[in-house]
Design a protein around this ligand. Structure first.
Ligand SMILES: C[S@@+](CC[C@H](N)C(=O)[O-])C[C@H]1O[C@@H](n2cnc3c(N)ncnc32)[C@H](O)[C@@H]1O
Length: 239
């Protein structure tokens, strides 16, 4: 489905695990080059799924597949995809200029291992991702929703993480990075309770490229927190 103006309907329209969305659709300007990338390359790299995804078909040459939620303008996504060509990366994003920017980078760098879905990751996880199918989930610099009354909009909620982990294979990883200290505190306090994962705060892995939001945070003097968890079905469930 090619992008047109006005915005085309989303590929999936399904009930949500929760009622509020973790994003606000920004009316950010689509630059001429992003517009061109959207027009020329949408059909090649943006999936329009109507049924559960089959990664063996989508990423024929990639034995491992990860999902990145909120790829933003896609610099880090493209850089990491180029560094690991045998890793299939499914980028989920709702920001149209960001999708255009990532499409340009996919073509510039001739990447064969990145596909995009334009839509809400919460719905996509619920409706389109098979259980035990992912080698990793990456959530880099999720919108912090700093005001207390907006905390319910944060992507990372206990119930949602619990559900997302069901989409990981055993030993699959959940990698989160944030520069928002209160969000990081919540994540570390949340810990592993009920989540069937083990792990925690780690130094930034060398292979994780710096992201655009991260650079902005660092320029403001923020500290960055990386959390790396591994799915472990034997993890103790604390009731
Ligand atoms: C703060 S930005 C970070 C972007 C990028 N990861 C970076 O670090 O530069 C968060 C991004 O997540 C996207 N996003 C938030 N909630 C989402 C959801 N439920 N599904 C898909 N994308 C989402 C937003 O559109 C935004 O581009």
């Amino acid at each position: 489905m090619k992008p047109e103006s006005p915005r085309p309907p989303q590929a999936v329209s399904v009930p949500h695990l929760r009622e509020v969305r973790s994003y606000k659709l920004r009316s950010g300007r689509v630059t001429r080059s992003q517009e061109e990338a959207l027009r020329l390359h949408w059909d090649s790299f943006v999936l329009n799924p109507t049924a559960i995804l089959e990664f063996a078909t989508i990423f024929e040459k990639c034995p491992k597949v990860i999902v990145e939620i909120g790829s933003g303008m896609g610099e880090a996504t493209a850089e990491m995809a180029e560094a690991q060509p045998d890793l299939g990366i499914l980028a989920i994003e709702v920001h149209r200029p960001g999708i255009g920017a990532l499409l340009s980078k996919i073509v510039e760098r001739q990447l064969d291992n990145v596909r995009i879905i334009d839509g809400d990751a919460v719905s996509i996880f619920e409706k389109l991702l098979p259980p035990d199918s992912l080698d990793g989930i990456r959530v880099y610099f999720p919108d912090p929703w700093p005001k207390k009354r907006h905390h319910k909009r944060r992507l990372l909620q206990t119930e949602w993480i619990e559900f997302a982990v069901t989409r990981l294979k055993t030993e699959g990883t959940l990698h989160i990075a944030t520069d928002w200290k209160p969000y990081a505190d919540w994540i570390s306090q949340r810990g592993e309770a009920n989540l069937k994962i083990s792990g925690g705060l780690v130094p930034r892995p060398e292979w994780r490229s710096l992201t655009r939001f991260e650079s902005q945070g660092l320029a403001k003097g923020h500290r960055v927190f990386d959390f790396l968890y591994t799915k472990n079905p034997e993890a103790r469930v604390e009731l």
